[in-house]
Design a protein around this ligand. Structure first.
Ligand code: C2E
Ligand code: CA
Ligand code: CA
Ligand code: CA
Length: 274
């Protein structure tokens, strides 16, 4: 519409207006949902591929909208743009830390941090405060950061990562390979783990190149002494492949989808007997 010269009003079509008010409604709903604690963490199992043992869970936000669980893809971006992400983060992390203390054993808790949160100088102290309040051991927490979160203010990102490490918190590079300048990030920032995004995994059996990329990343992880997680394992053929490839941790529907806290203990006990 922009290129139509003088006809600038075409930018404001009724559909546009509709989108704007849809957005405003979503923002209002989100604000209320946070106030009423309607967004909660679900937990997806992480499996040690060498031993087959459960090693922890990744917390994934779910919005309980009148009994229907809304995916984070529909609200995390809005939370980021409105600044609601900080409140949401603190609420979810507190809940997750308390939940994790009820899990049997010292299973790890992985938690996602948004790129916009990496611009918050207080991020690490917010996390430490929550650990203190809830009593979760810092060594059980792992923060997942995406590559794009490192771009805007690399010095601040490096300092925040350093603060996490100093406190004994693990740091993972999430969605590896989907963002910008992945390899440079590995040299510049200190990570404990890289997570290979599910987009490489879902098509790897039909796409020779993806398999080679995954192999290269696993090799890179080994030589840099980083643990590796492969996300999105759904099929036996994929699992068999990664088992043979020296990948450390697996995550995917083949092991289990994200579940509410009420199902976690049962899952852990079943897994032990299996
Ligand atoms: P992510 O960090 O890459 O998380 C993994 C996503 O892959 C999750 O989607 C998970 O349900 C999905 N997944 C795992 N295994 C499989 C599989 O075998 N097959 C398929 N098809 N999908 C699988 P989910 O829960 O919809 O979350 C989407 C994204 O939303 C996450 O991607 C993360 O970037 C973001 N997110 C979720 N919770 C939070 C949160 O509390 N805070 C922030 N900042 N972001 C969050
Ligand atoms: Ca993640
Ligand atoms: Ca992600
Ligand atoms: Ca991912």
């Amino acid at each position: 519409a922009k290129s139509r010269g003088h006809n600038q009003y075409s930018l404001f079509q009724p559909e546009m207006q509709e989108k704007v008010s849809e957005r405003a409604k979503l923002e209002g709903d989100l604000r209320r949902a946070i106030d009423e604690s309607k967004i909660e963490p679900f937990y997806q199992p992480l499996i040690n591929l060498r031993t087959g043992e459960l090693c922890g869970f990744e917390a994934l936000a779910r919005w309980n909208k009148d009994g229907v669980f809304v995916s984070p893809q529909h609200f995390i971006a809005v939370a980021e743009e409105t600044g609601l992400i900080t409140t949401l983060f603190e609420q979810l992390l507190s809940k997750a830390c308390r939940d994790a203390q009820l899990w049997p054993g010292a299973l790890s808790l992985s938690f996602n941090v948004s790129p916009v949160q990496m611009e918050d100088r207080l991020l690490a102290s917010r996390v430490l405060h929550i650990l203190q309040q809830t009593g979760l051991q810092s060594s059980r927490l792992e923060i997942e950061i995406t590559e794009n979160a490192l771009i805007d203010d690399p010095d601040l990102a490096a300092a925040t990562i350093e603060q996490f490490h100093a406190a004994g918190i693990q740091v993972a590079l999430d969605d590896f390979g989907t963002g910008y300048s992945s390899l440079a990030q590995l040299a510049r920032f200190k990570f404990d783990k890289i997570k290979i995004d599910k987009s490489f995994v879902s098509s790897f059996t039909h796409n020779d190149k993806n398999a080679k990329i995954i192999d290269a990343v696993l090799g890179l992880g080994r030589s840099l002494n980083l643990k590796t997680t492969v996300e999105g394992i759904e099929e036996n053929a994929q699992l068999a492949y990664f088992l043979g490839q020296g990948c450390d941790i697996g995550q995917g529907y083949i092991f289990g989808k994200a579940m509410p806290q009420s199902e976690v203990i049962g899952f852990v006990n079943n897994r032990k007997r299996a």
